[in-house]
Design a protein around this ligand. Structure first.
Ligand SMILES: [Zn+2]
Length: 95
């Protein structure tokens, strides 16, 4: 069996508490601060820090930085969401 976790997490939320599909579904809301469930936010953060499948595969960090650079506060939420998804797709395709 392959191990996907880089290291054992400290006490607190474990990356196994949420699966990769759920993380990706919530990724935009997580980044944009739309999640109002602190427990869920902590689980997603723990997952992204430790999961070797999600983090590199999705180019998460690069996409996030580009997203911040391209989208300013004035953009309406729907536009921000579309821009983020486009950037994420581009970064994912590049690998
Ligand atoms: Zn994952």
């Amino acid at each position: 069996m392959r191990l996907f976790w880089k290291r054992k997490g400290p006490a607190g939320p474990r990356p196994q508490d949420i699966d990769c599909g759920q993380v990706m579904q919530r990724l935009y809301e997580y980044i944009d601060g739309e999640l109002d469930d602190p427990d869920l936010v902590a689980r997603i953060r723990a997952h992204l820090e430790l999961c070797q499948r999600c983090y590199p595969h999705y180019g998460f960090e690069r996409a996030f930085l580009r997203f911040l650079a391209e989208v300013r506060d004035g953009a309406p939420p729907n536009l921000r969401r579309r821009v983020f998804q486009r950037i994420l797709e581009e970064e994912t395709r590049k690998g």
